[in-house]
Design a protein around this ligand. Structure first.
Ligand SMILES: *Cc1c(COP(=O)(O)O)cnc(C)c1O
Length: 342
């Protein structure tokens, strides 16, 4: 057996396709998806739409694109989006809310990344020529920068009522929605009753090499398909990568619980170390922690790297570990040994 050069805990995006996933990709029926003729893409889009209780789906190269396309389809320039200050759409999509959709942003804090019904009520702009019109609320589940925090669909039932009463659209950045579902046991279909659109990543916990799907009603997806084309996201024989997503949906959902168990092991180990000041509560596969005293994330990460363990910086003293398909129990044991030796 080959010796693994490194234990890569930077992100769940680093996974490589398994041999079985590659053979599913190899045998997928293909066509030109810009003509709507790729059977594998069509199957994947409809599969996720049905699963999440929506009419239609749209396959995109990235979760950034599914979010940005969906947000553009829901809004017009001069309008305002309500989102969390720690959200991916604000922090990690390159300013796309302003660039692609010309939106004003209302950034909220607290509640481990959840925007509550009361917060929405308190932040809808009044009808006033000075104010941008509030038209969209974007949620994130799990919340990445809040340590993979999980929110239950019952929370979104409450926020959706407020959105509907005030004519706002309700979008979910569900890059890690399958991690959330593994914890709550909520049915994916319940999301069709609580959101106008959901963005789902295949390339995170599901372990596909590339791709995300946006789901919503038919008219919304029709418009989103036009926007995806304008953004340069119309792909041709995209079934070759969509097949990996379908394979992951059939084979990699159950195993997500293993990632969560391993993340808990890391959390427990970190809590016992003198040089760790704080570990965010671990709900899923993300482990975010703050280093004690004046230890810098850069220093800590390079020391870990010299021992064969990779982590990612989340702030000057904040570090993140992520468990995933390519990390096994032995890797966790090794990581804990390295942490204890520092
Ligand atoms: C990873 C991620 C995305 C999408 O990222 P891409 O790298 O563009 O696929 C969106 N939202 C959250 C919360 C994420 O973690």
């Amino acid at each position: 057996m080959a010796i693994k050069p490194v234990i890569d805990l930077r992100s769940d995006t680093v996974t490589k396709p398994t041999a079985d996933m590659l053979s599913a990709m190899n045998s997928a029926p293909l066509g030109d998806d810009v003509f709507g003729e790729d059977p594998t893409v069509n199957t994947l889009e409809q599969r996720l739409a049905d699963m999440f209780g929506f009419e239609a789906g749209l396959f995109c190269p990235s979760g950034t694109m599914t979010n940005q396309v969906g947000i553009k389809a829901h809004t017009q320039p001069l309008q305002e989006i309500i989102c969390h200050r720690e959200s991916h759409i604000y922090n990690y999509e390159g300013g796309g809310l302003a660039f692609n959709s010309q939106l004003s942003m209302r950034l909220l804090v607290g509640n481990r990344g959840l925007i509550t019904a009361q917060q929405i009520l308190d932040n809808i702009n009044p009808e006033d020529i000075h104010r941008p019109t509030t038209t969209l609320v974007s949620q994130e589940n799990t919340s990445n920068r809040e340590g993979g925090a999980v929110h239950r669909v019952t929370e979104y039932e409450k926020t959706y009522v407020v959105c509907q009463q005030h004519g706002l659209k309700h979008h979910l950045d569900g890059a890690r929605i399958f991690n959330a579902l593994a914890v709550t046991g909520d049915s994916p279909a319940s999301y069709g009753n609580t959101f106008d659109s959901v963005s789902i990543c295949l390339s995170k916990g599901l372990g596909a090499p590339v791709g995300s799907v946006l789901v919503g009603n038919k008219d919304f997806i029709k418009l989103s398909r036009r926007i995806r084309k304008v953004f340069g996201g119309g792909m041709r024989q995209a079934g070759v990568i969509a097949a990996a997503g379908l394979y992951a949906i059939d084979n990699h959902i159950e195993r997500i619980a293993d990632d969560h168990r391993r993340a808990k092991q890391l959390e427990e180990a970190l809590k016992s170390l003198p040089y760790i000041a704080e570990v965010f509560a671990v709900d899923t596969n993300l482990v975010i922690f703050r280093l004690a005293d004046d230890m810098l994330a850069d220093t800590f990460i390079s020391e870990l790297k010299s021992q064969g363990v990779l982590a990612i910086k989340m702030g000057p003293q904040m570090v993140r570990f992520v468990t995933h398909l390519d990390v096994d129990d032995a890797d966790i044991d090794t990581t804990i040994k390295v942490l204890k030796s520092l």
